[in-house]
Design a protein around this ligand. Structure first.
Ligand code: NAI
Length: 690
């Protein structure tokens, strides 16, 4: 295997320069490691050469290890990063890393193995393994403390953030920090500094009380959080760099790294990482279709969503025309947008000048004729069939022939909405989540008639907005909300059967959900769920819902906005306090229904709620609404506070074993108090288990 000429040697006087540049930012795949190893060996054997420079080009020294290799153990095949490390650090000639662009993870460790580093001032040096549930496993935890001190190294590895280069000039990490070409600087350096080779790994870090205390304090901090296996392992590895020789510390790092690569958390985080990269691959899209140019955008409706969507486009550099049907609503929307930018200024995220400049790209009007000037219009008007269809027809009437017609509808049938226009192929759903300027998720809803050109353009828009854009087909609730509705329904039925909303929230929050289902309903407004239930009952009168949520709404307990919902917010506590009135309401309800309350363990609550998500997820896959199960995971990670270290609902169920899920579903279906019609085994699940 080789990188097909992407590694080449150039010699200049007595210096050997190894140029390496692959399409994938010099990710240290087996092929690249192999070619680098050979090139270094060749130069080490060449008596003419007195020093060696590793140069990965301007864009990247290396973006790190090839994570794909971890699951099959290819990362350990000769030459592994460790073999490269040994070759470099034991070399008899000085090896200099010339770093420009990114040096991440294994890429930075490769540079740490070198005897010297010449660094461009704009480059980014980081050990971001923690985000994948790992620690740097090619001596990073042993070398970085030796270069920049234990505390700094620990912070860097725990945070995964790039090092602040201008603070490192005094350390052994950086020999030269330059704004010029790193290759020229490395050549000048190598010419002057030919001589003995010393390596930092031979220096031991002395122990001292303050240092050990610092590590203990960090461990104590972690006790306040759940799921800190990785962070604790990082502290253990760093501790192993103190007071003992490199080899002993390195051995410890290897044990911890192996433990982490095999952990469920790291597998989940790696799954999430790949799942997020997979979403843009749409299997049936023709390769040659280009996104249409979109620069001018109209947002119709300046309510909660419309103003948030306008902010998203403004922040991404589009010019935006906000259209309303009444002046008061337009001004309210403008007020919301203004408030947002003021907030950004006061939080120091934007300068006043920048905020003003961005807002210069915003115009407002009550006249739909303004649509004739834009490339894309997104409607975010009332969720009402008559209102939406009339707005879509106006969009059709005024928009230029090539424009895209997008709708932010969350519940209406987009296949039917598209058909009220004369160009259904140009209609697509852009389903933002509230608050649109904050939530990363965007569902791109493709109707039966959406053209490939329109879809490609929508994907491009999603990318430019820096959203996590997942393609979904048309159905009630698309991917995210359709699953959520079942999750909430099953959670509601658990209350009927005997659990309290507080136990349910607590069980799911302890398990890792950012917010329990009832706290979430209180935040969104219980009236919204009420309307959805009524709507669903119209379509399916036999659907089984808990009646308690309706009682709350009838008593005006709408959630945070009325200061009372499932929780009591009257004391100003944003998370809300448990409320005896709600408990009483539930007990009265059970009595009236003749229900004898059953006790549930937290585990069972979690199982029922999470399998409710997964069960519906399988149906979405069967119907082709979601393209892949990993897309469903991405929707839940980006939009619903699902714990990333559990990978997403579909991945989680797979890790537990799909046979386990199938058996549990069978058991749920037999309970008197649960919904047997929902707990039917999806064909796809049965097939996978078989
Ligand atoms: P909203 O009630 O806050 O805003 C709707 C706005 O549309 C109002 O300002 C209204 O004056 C304006 N409007 C109504 N008819 C109009 C017309 N003919 N021309 C121009 N403007 C008109 O509603 P919200 O919450 O912003 O929802 C808007 C859309 O976004 C709905 O389709 C909703 O389903 C969807 N959505 C809402 C989410 C949420 O969490 N609120 C999340 C995702 C989607």
């Amino acid at each position: 295997m080789n990188t097909q000429g992407q590694v080449r040697i150039e010699t200049s006087q007595n210096i050997g320069i190894i140029h390496f540049q692959t399409e994938k930012l010099n990710v240290l795949s087996h092929a690249l490691r192999h070619d680098l190893y050979q090139a270094i060996q060749q130069l080490l054997l060449n008596n003419e050469i007195r020093s060696i420079i590793l140069y990965g080009g301007e864009k990247a020294f290396s973006a790190g290890a090839d994570i794909h290799e971890f699951s099959q153990g290819i990362h350990l095949e000769f030459p592994s990063l460790h073999d490269l490390f040994d070759l470099i650090s034991n070399a008899s000639k000085p090896i200099v890393a010339a770093i420009s662009g990114v040096a991440f993870g294994g890429g930075l460790e490769l540079a740490l193995a070198c005897h010297h580093r010449i660094v461009h001032e704009k480059s980014q040096l980081a050990l971001p393994e923690v985000h994948l549930g790992l620690l740097p496993g090619a001596a990073g935890t042993q070398l970085l403390p030796r270069y920049i001190g234990v505390e700094r190294a620990l912070n860097t590895i725990l945070s995964g953030k790039p090092l602040k280069l201008d603070t490192l000039n005094e350390t052994a990490l950086i020999d030269v920090l330059t704004e010029e070409s790193v290759l020229s600087a490395a050549l000048a350096f190598a010419t002057q500094s030919v001589g003995t080779v010393y390596h930092i790994k031979n220096i031991n870090i002395e122990s001292d009380e303050a240092l050990l205390q610092h590590l203990e304090n960090q461990r104590a901090q972690l006790k306040k959080h759940t799921n800190t296996v990785v962070q604790n392992a990082i502290i253990d590895a760093i501790e192993a760099s103190i007071e003992q020789n490199f080899q002993a510390g390195f051995l410890k790092e290897q044990q911890l790294f192996k433990m982490l690569t095999e952990s469920a958390e790291s597998k989940s985080l790696r799954h999430a990482f790949f799942a997020e990269r997979e979403i843009k691959n749409i299997p049936d899209l023709a390769q040659n279709i280009q996104a249409q140019p979109v620069q001018k955008v109209a947002v119709i409706g300046a309510g909660t969503m419309g103003s948030g969507i306008a902010i998203c486009f403004l922040n991404a550099g589009f010019s935006v025309t906000l259209i309303e049907n009444n002046q008061a609503a337009l001004e309210r929307g403008l007020g919301l947008i203004g408030q947002y930018f003021d907030g950004q200024i006061s939080k120091g995220r934007l300068t006043e000048e920048k905020a003003t400049n961005i807002q210069k790209n915003l115009s407002t009007t009550l006249d739909y004729a303004a649509l004739s000037q834009v490339d894309l219009a997104v409607e975010a008007v009332f969720e009402d069939w008559e209102v939406k269809t009339s707005v879509l027809q106006k969009m059709d009437e005024y928009l230029p022939e090539s424009a895209i017609l997008a709708s932010n509808t969350s519940t209406l049938d987009l296949n039917e909405l598209a058909k009220v226009t004369k160009r259904p192929e140009a209609v697509v759903g852009l389903h933002f989540f509230s608050p649109a300027q904050v939530m990363p998720l965007l569902e791109i809803v493709r109707t039966e008639l959406t053209s490939q050109q329109t879809l490609v353009t929508a994907l491009d828009i999603g990318k430019r907005l820096r959203k996590v854009a997942v393609v979904a087909g048309v159905c009630d609730g698309f991917i995210g909300n359709r699953m959520l509705n079942e999750y909430l329904r099953i959670a509601g039925l658990l209350i009927d059967a005997g659990a309290s909303p507080y136990q349910i929230d607590q069980a799911l929050e302890q398990w890792g959900m950012a917010m329990g289902p009832f706290r979430m309903c209180d935040m969104a407004g219980n009236d919204i769920g009420y309307l959805i239930r009524k709507q669903q009952l119209k379509m399916n009168p036999n659907k089984k819902f808990s009646g308690i949520a309706d009682l709350l709404v009838e008593q005006q307990r709408l959630g945070q906005k009325t200061k009372k919902g499932w929780y009591d917010y009257s004391q100003g506590n944003r998370r809300g306090d448990q409320d005896a009135e709600v408990i009483q309401l539930i007990e009265d309800y059970r009595q009236a229904q003749g229900i004898e309350a059953k006790t549930f363990s937290n585990e069972e609550i979690v199982e029922r709620c999470i399998y409710a998500l997964t069960n519906e997820g399988f149906r979405l896959l069967e119907e082709g609404i979601a393209l892949r199960s990993s897309d469903i995971d991405v929707v839940y990670l980006a939009g619903y506070g699902f714990p990333r270290w559990r990978g997403g609902p579909m991945f989680y169920a797979e890790q537990q074993g799909l046979d386990v899920m199938k058996n549990r579903i069978q058991q749920f279906a037999e309970d008197l108090y649960s919904d047997a019609s929902f707990w039917q085994i999806p064909t796809l699940l049965a097939k996978k288990v078989a």
